[in-house]
Ligand binder design. Sequence first.
Ligand SMILES: NC(=O)c1ccc[n+]([C@@H]2O[C@H](COP(=O)([O-])OP(=O)(O)OC[C@H]3O[C@@H](n4cnc5c(N)ncnc54)[C@H](O)[C@@H]3O)[C@@H](O)[C@H]2O)c1
Length: 406
Amino acid sequence: MTQILHVGAGMIAHDQIVPSLFQMQRNGVVGEITVASQNGRSVQALKKAPVFERAFPGQMFRCLPEDASGPHPDLYKQAIAALPPGQIVIAAVPDQLHFDVVMTALRADQNVICVKPLVLRVAESMLIEEEARARGRVVAVEYHKRFDDRSQMARRRYKDGLFGNFKLGTACLMEKWYYRHSNFQNWCTTENSDAFTYIGCHYVDLVHFITGLLPTSVSVYGIIDKYPNGNEGYLWTDARVIWENGACLNVQNSLSFPDAAPGTNTQGITLYCGTESTGAWLEHSDQYRGLRYSYVRNPGGDGATQFAEPSPDYMQYVDLGGPGLVPVGYGYRSVEHLVKTCLNCQGSLDQRQAYLADLDSKGIVATPANSRYNELVTEAGRLSIENCGREVAITYGKNAGVAFRY
Ligand SMILES: NC(=O)c1ccc[n+]([C@@H]2O[C@H](COP(=O)([O-])OP(=O)(O)OC[C@H]3O[C@@H](n4cnc5c(N)ncnc54)[C@H](O)[C@@H]3O)[C@@H](O)[C@H]2O)c1
């Protein structure tokens, strides 16, 4: 049965990917799961997560390293080298390390799932696409908002012409303040990433997913704050993305949502659209989904509050009679869909390459070839933020790249 090697043992591993893998293992869809991280401490902490014991009794991943030692920045390479061809490697490490993990896996003839953003430079995404195509292996980028049913609803209605044309939009995703105290302070720093690159990419991807439009220029203004450890990060960003039809999307991101506020973050998108004769409008509140709970005490855990607005839609555990609990939501559906996409890439090289071409053309799974606009926006955004928000234009095609507009 197909083995999974999950590289990284941080927040996204705990909150979404590893529990989804456990559920697929329970269902007999995947075989052994290994979690490899540069620090044994993070793998051991993940292993002891109370929710895993409760939801998946009797299941556990193999730990690399086996003890709490570290750092072992290259350990994942040995783990990849030890896999037979055609398994699945999941890259869930800091943004700036995705390229090395993805390429190492592809060169070892593995299918790859990578958390967003795939890579920070368009040239890197082209190398990844080339390598994946030559080997007939999947590279799937995990944009889980695509698997939120409301995104699919908006996409179908937009395609049916019910919204006319997108003209102006505004989106935000503010993570909680406590993120500043997490491992983020070691990597989400000015030289590597920023709030827009880290989390704004979700809404850029979603606007393309819904409308099919491509972004043509980007400007990002960032405000630098100090993390508790003294490192500096662009922890507040305001991005303006112009689209091929002249539409304009404003995206605001930060690590600022008060820890005392209900909900794990605040997020949502509004698109103002229309035809020549009438307006249209779409608004998704992606944080507040209609539930308000006031508990007798704070239930505990990072960012938990006594008054809460939990999202039933991203990732929850439900009791269906056991054993354990079952993860549900678009976080689970996304991982399941991408894993099955990898599992279905079978046959001769020609057959696998035809499968990849079909995957690219359908546009449901984000691949290097069909979501290159994300890398272009990321690269443009990084150039802009380092230059006080100067507008950076995007070029598509063989010479895809970014350059200052003026
Ligand atoms: N909403 C989302 O889609 C979402 C949410 C969170 C994170 N992410 C993405 O997931 C990635 C990881 O984020 P996170 O929140 O889990 O970060 P994190 O800082 O909590 O965890 C990062 C993990 O990577 C490990 N790591 C670092 N260098 C390594 C190496 N050389 N080899 C093996 N492991 C290494 C660290 O030890 C740590 O376990 C980032 O790219 C982030 O953008 C996506």
